[in-house]
Write a protein that binds this ligand. Structure first.
Ligand SMILES: NC(=O)c1ccc[n+]([C@@H]2O[C@H](COP(=O)([O-])OP(=O)(O)OC[C@H]3O[C@@H](n4cnc5c(N)ncnc54)[C@H](O)[C@@H]3O)[C@@H](O)[C@H]2O)c1
Length: 342
């Protein structure tokens, strides 16, 4: 294989152009082909990247000997078939989030990639942002202390998706951030999921509240909503020493570390009611963040996974974990919020 990874991108709708731009920028990747069903989108691609081969048929791109790796930026329900076909043709695969619609599909792809010794990675874009990597460092170094909870809100007037609800559209982001800073960093693994939601306008829920339980008293909550008057992208990770608030809509100082919390002394060991609660409210710091575009970091991580066999924080095993949580959330939604064990 050449030292530069030759990528074929399937799907040039809303997100595909971002992948093409970042893979084309290199340094270890280049785009040799784009497959897109829509004639209009093919025209847009041709005007933006006149030197890239553009085809209408994904099968032709997958079979192209000048393609080493396939990036799939098509709707969720197409991911499994396209990824399977690409792996069967000996191509490394990057799939847009979420990996698949079902755990069984995600596991089948993972096994196939392992058997063929090919890289299978998911574009969980947020784990490659400077903000999330900084939060990971804060959690990992122990600066926040024992982690108490993770709370994430992702709401705005969102684009209604015809084929799936708001959980499958937006919650992959929050769940992958949670998985990265808790499971991959301090080994805290999700035990159960519960979800409630509402569909005010049609078949699919446009609003949902997910709760994820861990061991001990660590708990996570995710609120996703397509019908909110303001755009909120806010995550709180609370430790017993310090707490982090990340406002992803803020152009300045999006991550703030609060020296805030409570110190509790049990006055009477026999009863939980007699507590002496001391409040701490100290300095607020804004750490400096790496400003590199997340997708560019993701693209070069994928190149390293394919060319060097390097590990990635959004490999197939993470992809399977996220789909397992989404599937459990969907089951819970259909059972009025019942706890589903993972
Ligand atoms: N990582 C992120 O932050 C992020 C953001 C947005 C979307 N996404 C993901 O990207 C994927 C695509 O979402 P989108 O919003 O770009 O959708 P979209 O509908 O705007 O674009 C999909 C494109 O794929 C084309 N297409 C579908 N099937 C095809 C096939 N078999 N062969 C060739 N072309 C085909 C369609 O014609 C369309 O142009 C989804 O999985 C979504 O979850 C990820």
């Amino acid at each position: 294989m050449s030292a530069t990874l030759r990528i074929g991108v399937i799907g040039y709708g809303y997100w595909g152009p971002n992948l093409v731009r970042n893979f084309a920028a290199g340094p270890r990747t280049k785009v040799t082909a784009i497959a897109e069903q829509s004639a209009h989108r093919r025209q847009v691609a041709a005007s933006q990247f006149p030197y890239i081969k553009i085809v209408d048929d994904a099968a032709a791109l997958i079979a192209d000997p000048e393609v080493d790796a396939v990036a799939i930026a098509t709707p969720i329900f197409t991911h499994f078939d396209l990824a399977k076909r690409a792996l069967e043709h000996g191509k490394h695969v990057l799939v847009e989030k979420p990996l698949t619609r079902a755990v069984a599909e995600a596991e089948e792809l993972t096994k196939l990639a392992a058997a063929k010794k090919l890289a299978l990675m998911v574009d969980h874009t947020f784990v490659y942002t400077g903000a999330v990597r900084k939060i990971r460092d804060l959690v990992q170094s122990g600066e926040l202390g024992r982690i108490l909870y993770f709370d994430s809100v992702r709401i705005n007037l969102g684009l209604f998706q015809p084929d799936f609800n708001v959980i499958w559209d937006l919650a992959p982001h929050d769940l992958t951030i949670m998985d990265f800073v808790l499971s991959q960093t301090v080994g805290a693994h999700a035990k159960w999921v519960s979800a409630v939601g509402a569909s005010h306008y049609g078949r699919h829920e446009n609003l949902a509240y997910l709760t994820v339980g861990f061991e001990d008293s660590l708990i996570a909550h995710v609120h996703v909503n397509w019908v909110a008057p303001v755009k909120t992208r806010r995550t709180i990770i609370a430790g017993d020493k310090k707490m982090v608030v990340w406002d992803d809509t803020s152009p300045v100082e999006p991550v703030k570390v609060y020296e805030a919390g409570v110190d509790v002394q049990h006055m009477d060991k026999d009863t939980a009611y007699a507590l002496n609660v001391q409040y701490r409210s100290g300095d607020v710091n804004s750490p400096k963040l790496d400003g590199k575009e997340a997708l560019s970091v993701m693209a070069q991580t994928f190149a390293a996974a394919c060319l060097d066999g390097a590990p990635s924080p959004s490999d197939a095993s993470v992809g399977v974990r996220i789909v397992r949580m989404l599937e459990a959330a969907q089951q819970s939604l259909e059972r009025q919020g019942a706890r589903i064990t993972l």
